[in-house]
Write a protein that binds this ligand. Structure first.
Ligand SMILES: [Zn+2]
Length: 92
């Protein structure tokens, strides 16, 4: 008998891939810029050359990934960003 899991484990849609890889060009730049512009992070974590992104779905019913895990290839720290259905950025 398998024990039932209480916590949902996100489904990995795409394994961690360097953002410099051509296959990652569909990652919205806004999410990467949010990491790049975060002054609380170490310089290595903000360098595009170090960023690896893993795409996850927190709900198997979703059609596409709703969570990005941006990992630093140098120090290994991870930043998590949730991708909403629409980006509600207010201009002005
Ligand atoms: Zn780092």
């Amino acid at each position: 008998m398998r024990p039932e899991r209480i916590t949902k484990t996100p489904e990995v849609v795409r394994a961690s891939t360097p953002i410099t890889d051509p296959s990652m060009k569909d990652i919205p730049l806004a999410y990467l810029m949010a990491v790049k512009n975060n002054e609380n992070l170490d310089d290595c974590c903000r360098d595009f050359d170090n960023m690896h992104v893993e795409l996850q779905k927190t709900d198997p019913a979703l059609e596409s990934a709703n969570k990005l895990v941006v990992a630093c290839g140098q120090c290994g720290k991870k930043q998590t960003r949730f991708v909403g259905g629409s980006a509600n950025t207010k201009a002005g």
